[in-house]
Ligand binder design. Structure first.
Ligand code: SR1
Ligand code: MG
Length: 404
């Protein structure tokens, strides 16, 4: 029997023994267990272990040395430690909005966590045009609590710097620097996935737009240098589980100290992908909900941010009248800009989203992709103009008209 003192990539057949060895007591030692690999992301392996008789279950998530999306891409397995530690921190700041971590193993680069199989992966639920009335309320609470409370505004500054050090995540950040903030504008690594019917549009609107490239170059260096708060780093709808009365954010392996607008912008952009899908299917009620969810997410974030700022501000200078409004303004401007980079990179970059790629009708998919690119450019080039949820929604509708 392996003693798990040397790393190896587990197969389904290894996982029951692993769970019984590493987490004794979670199941009876003679429990009859089944295991299935259910991972759906680009990077890791996710195993669900279930005891049918009692309904008890556990998730084991293991980081492989090569990424699932591409065997050529190798990334440090330390991402599993980062993810486990961050989920434990976030459970304190945003209780009930992240999965519980039972433990993690730095040798096997695997963590065990609460099974949320009673929830649905948000991206797939949205592709079925299901709506979630609690979503804006929950995600705005999650973002205010995990983002504002990890800044220098709220934290003791030396403690915050120790967190910056502990969660430095150079390899995963490099993926974002390349896939989100470089390649969509030049295809320098020849791995963009451009939908052939819009190839000329992409060349004209992205590869040949020097003003856009300059704006994105500034955003790239803002991403790399603004250690503002402990961000999730990949807050798309494939990192969120939902059911009607619950929202849980998981998979923060891209987390590091960066600009909080990156997370908020990712949520906005991924709701737009859901809207694209609903629009192509003629699901009008769903589309209205998606736009409302964008509006409410931004507006609730602003309201809760201002309240939370007063409750948790510790820095004397940050208490200066006018500072919190200035700070929120800069976050909204970053939110717009990074919503723009997410819209563009998921449309033309290496890692696309199924909401859009599964639109079967070629003309409708081309339209959706043009909307994403035009809306993304508007968010980036006019970033300081987006102050309310309604401003964010208006840009989607403008792009929809312009793409016709
Ligand atoms: C190589 S990983 C591709 C993408 O998947 C992750 O979820 C991140 O979004 C990353 O950019
Ligand atoms: Mg992920």
């Amino acid at each position: 029997m392996p003693r798990y003192d040397t790393y190896f990539l587990m197969k389904e057949a290894d996982v029951i023994d692993y769970v019984q060895t590493k987490y004794p007591g979670h199941f009876d030692k003679d429990a009859v267990l089944t295991v299935k690999e259910i991972g759906d992301g680009n990077l890791n392996y996710v195993f669900r272990v279930v005891e049918e008789k009692t309904g008890k279950s556990i998730i084991v998530k293991q980081a492989g040395e090569a990424l699932r999306i591409s065997a050529d891409m190798k990334v440090s397995t330390d991402r599993n430690r980062i993810e486990s530690e961050i989920l434990q921190i976030q459970d304190k700041y945003a209780p009930g909005l992240v999965p519980r971590i039972y433990g993690y193993d730095t040798v096997m680069c695997a963590c065990a966590m609460e099974d949320l199989s009673d929830h649905a992966l948000m991206r797939y639920a949205l592709m079925r045009h299901e709506t979630f009335p609690r979503f804006a309320e929950d995600i705005s609470t999650y973002m205010v609590n995990t983002l504002l409370k990890t800044t220098d505004v709220a934290m003791e500054h030396k403690e915050k710097k120790a967190m910056v050090k502990s969660f430095i995540n150079p390899e995963l950040c490099e993926i974002t620097e390349d896939l989100v903030l470089t390649e969509p504008y030049n295809d320098c690594n020849h791995r963009n996935n451009v939908f052939p019917p819009i190839a000329d549009f992409v060349r004209r609107e992205l590869y040949e737009d020097d003003a856009l490239k300059l704006a994105v170059a500034k955003l790239k260096f803002e991403f790399m240098n603004n250690a503002q708060s402990l961000i999730h780093g990949d807050l798309h709808t494939g990192s969120i589980f939902v059911k009607q009365d619950s929202t849980r954010v998981f998979d923060p392996e891209f987390a590091f100290y960066g600009p909080m607008g990156y997370d908020i912008g990712n949520v906005v952009a991924n709701l737009i992908f859901a809207w694209d899908n609903g629009r192509a299917a003629g699901a009008e009620e769903f589309c209205d909900w998606a736009l409302k969810a964008i509006e409410e997410t931004v507006d609730l974030f602003c309201q809760k941010f201002l309240k939370c700022f007063d409750e948790c501000v510790t820095d004397l200078m940050a208490k200066t009248p006018g500072f919190k409004e200035f700070y929120l303004d800069s976050i909204l401007s970053d939110t717009a800009a990074y919503a723009g980079t997410e819209l563009i990179r998921r449309t033309v970059g290496m890692a696309n989203v199924k909401d859009v790629t599964t639109i079967a009708d070629e003309a409708k998919r081309a339209h959706a992709e043009k909307v994403n690119i035009l809306c993304g450019k508007d968010y980036i080039m006019n970033r300081t103009a987006f102050k309310t949820g309604a401003d964010f929604v208006a840009a989607v509708l403008r792009a929809d008209e312009a793409a016709k």
